[in-house]
Design a protein around this ligand. Structure first.
Ligand code: PEP
Length: 248
């Protein structure tokens, strides 16, 4: 039985006052039983967020981390530093980092190992572009991303995957529940093949314009175990509605 997981990716948004207000609304809401909820603010807001959530069931994640624990890497933040301040999760390989920071599968694999070493739970994102889908290459792209990130790695017991079709992120376009289910089922088969994990027990999230009005249909699919939510995670009522849909 895989526990539903809903993760909010706040991207590069927020302010001290905004974080306090949004987390205040989330923490004061009655938590939906049985759903694990994670919020990922920017690095600069993480310590504040950990403190605001300390008496709640919400846990915190980072949106990225370095591939090493310390050293001469100007501007980087290590998994060990994140773990020390109470961050429990980390998103890796988000398509915006692949696109704007040029992150490769090799670098993502190194970050994955480094995160696991520090005890952070990794959420590894994969997904195809619109052009790749239209060319019939969606499964090939996703399986390559999975293989490069996971093959031969140890310490994957805490692994969570997120299928995030690039064409659906922040665009208002969502994969249909059938398209998403098909890819999630395929990812589970790939996972069993390439990684030393229990693929039936590994949670696979869907991400890409998840909103209160499409969440329930996505969560009804047998291989969709929750969501990685961008825009709708910045509005407390919307994020709570998505969490409630995951609980239903
Ligand atoms: C994301 O940032 O991972 C994401 C899925 O964004 P959105 O929900 O806004 O499409």
């Amino acid at each position: 039985m895989r526990q539903p997981l809903v993760v909010g990716n706040w991207k590069m948004q927020g302010s001290l006052a905004g974080v306090e207000a949004l987390l205040g609304d989330l923490v004061s809401a009655t938590p939906a039983a049985g759903v694990e909820v994670v919020v990922c603010p920017t690095y600069v807001h993480l310590a504040q967020a950990v403190s605001l959530c300390r008496f709640s069931s919400l846990t915190l994640g980072a949106q990225d981390c370095s591939h090493v624990q310390s050293g001469a890497y100007t501007g980087e933040v290590s998994p060990a530093m994140l773990a020390e301040i109470g961050c429990r999760w980390v998103i890796l390989g988000h398509s915006e980092r692949r696109q704007y920071q040029g992150e490769s599968d090799v670098l993502i694999a190194a970050k994955l190992m480094s995160a696991a070493e520090a005890g952070l739970r990794p959420i590894v994102c994969v997904g195809e572009t619109r052009e790749q889908r239209e060319a019939g290459a969606a499964q090939a792209v996703v399986s390559t991303q999975l293989e490069e990130a996971l093959k031969g790695r140890a310490n994957l017991a805490q692994l969570v995957l997120a299928y995030e079709p690039v064409w659906a992120i922040g665009t208002g376009l969502t994969a249909t529940p059938e398209q998403a289910q098909q890819m999630h089922a395929f990812m589970r088969v790939c996972l069993a093949d390439i990684a030393n994990v229990d693929s039936a027990a590994t949670r696979i999230l869907y991400g890409g314009s998840v909103k209160p009005d499409n969440a329930a249909q996505l969560f009804a699919q047998p291989d969709i175990d929750g969501a990685l939510v961008g825009g709708a995670a910045l509005v407390a009522a919307d994020f709570l509605a998505i969490i409630n849909a995951a609980a239903a």
